[in-house]
Design a protein around this ligand. Structure first.
Ligand SMILES: Cc1ncc(COP(=O)(O)O)c(C=O)c1O
Length: 389
């Protein structure tokens, strides 16, 4: 039996790619990473070039643990961390360890398609709850958890992107986080707090994490260096109770992620340039977000509306009544612009009037041109829609 899974998004061959959620090419720290790679191999060739074990390079786990301890005031140790091949693999590892066929996973609608794929691939049934501009709606979450318990299939896991959601850009306010943590504890559901966009704060730091609110109880916090260093590294992690971390390590069969790259990242971090690098990224992405918003307002406001994301890489557009996202997507292609139609972000249908635009990848000038062309595509679809009425 083959399962029906949403196709993954990928880099587009079109001249203007507003589809792939990737960092700015020009700010990839390639020289620093090359130097770090040399040090990683020269200092301990056998360590870098031999299987490294399921949990990953301990000094890197210690570095991440120290950061989380500082951020949360909790005693986070390397035993609370396992390194994965990006956060996509972290989600897959969690699904492998905790999801059996028929288990219920709750997600937002919309949510990250990679998570939908991973959970479905393990046979999960995804029950979605609506999102508003502040993320997952708590009344719906509470009633969904209650309903699942009442019908004898309690939710196993709640998956949430509390900061700068992909695709909606929403950030869950602290009172919703507190409520979510309480609900999860009451209904004995694990929470996967996917923090892939951590650090890409465009309006100051985000609210307290779910992990911190729940003092780590029942929370699996997923992180990555993809958005703040480079997607090609494939270095992510899960922060959770040591017993959960051991269960994750037990359920992976790949001999661990690459020790060489983990050491290279560690060597890079040791130079102390990371925080300044992330600060620079924030300035770059803030300018791009504002450029994209201004261009959407100027050239697309007859056709779309959108909220202002406080961080991350995305504008999440709502199309004017009557405009269909697939038609806008197809027409935008003819203008050389790749965007992402909304339906792939909805586990159980929806999103026909939604489009995701990535503002992180293109420099401001190109971004502006791309949005102008996107506006022309919207106008063409709108004219066709009117004509066919
Ligand atoms: C919400 C979310 N989680 C996880 C990932 C996976 O990122 P990576 O595997 O590169 O860490 C992405 C990538 O776009 C994402 O948007």
């Amino acid at each position: 039996m083959t399962r029906q899974l949403v196709a993954p998004t990928s880099l587009s061959p079109l001249p203007y790619d507003l589809n792939a959620g990737v960092p700015d090419d020009a700010s990839l720290p390639s020289r620093e990473l090359a130097e770090a790679a040399v040090r990683a191999i020269e200092q301990d060739p056998a360590g870098a070039l031999t299987y490294g074990g399921a949990l990953g390079y301990e000094p890197l786990r210690t570095w991440i643990a120290a950061r989380y301890s500082q951020e949360t005031g909790l005693n986070v140790t390397p035993a609370h961390l396992t390194l994965t091949s990006g956060s996509a693999h972290a989600i897959d590892n969690i699904a492998a360890a905790f999801i059996a066929p028929g288990d219920v996973v709750i997600t937002g609608a919309p949510t990250y398609p990679g998570a939908i794929r991973s959970f479905r691939a393990r046979g999960a049934r995804i029950v979605d709850v609506p999102q508003d501009e502040d993320g997952i709606e708590m009344v719906s979450l509470a009633s969904t958890l209650e309903h699942q318990r009442a019908i004898g299939v309690p939710a196993k896991l709640i998956y949430v992107i509390a900061n700068y959601d992909n695709p909606s850009g929403s950030t869950l306010p602290v009172h919703r986080r507190e409520e979510l943590a309480l609900l999860a504890a009451r209904y004995h559901a694990l929470v996967v707090e996917d923090d892939a966009y951590t650090g890409i704060d465009l309006e100051g730091p985000p609210p307290t994490s779910l992990y911190q609110i729940a003092r780590g109880e029942g929370i699996l916090r997923v992180g990555t260096f993809s958005k703040t260093i480079a997607t090609g590294l494939r270095v992510g992690w899960v922060l959770a109770d040591p017993a959960i971390v051991r269960a994750l390590a037990y359920m992976r069969f790949d001999n661990g992620s690459t020790p060489f790259v983990q050491r290279m990242v560690y060597e890079y971090l040791q130079t102390g340039v990371y925080d300044a690098h992330v600060e620079q990224l924030r300035a770059i992405y803030k300018e791009r977000r504002d450029t994209a918003l201004a261009a959407v307002l100027e050239h697309c406001s007859d056709y779309v509306t959108c909220d202002v994301p406080r961080g991350g890489f995305f504008l999440w557009l709502t199309l004017r009544a009557g405009l269909d996202a697939m038609r806008v997507f197809e027409t935008a292609k003819t203008y050389g612009v790749a965007v992402t139609p909304g339906h792939g972000y909805y586990p159980n249908g929806g999103g026909e009037n939604r489009i995701r635009l990535v503002f992180s990848a293109l420099p401001p000038d190109e971004l502006r041109k791309a949005v102008v062309l996107f506006g022309k595509a919207c106008a063409e679809v709108a004219a066709g829609t009117l004509a066919s009425r």
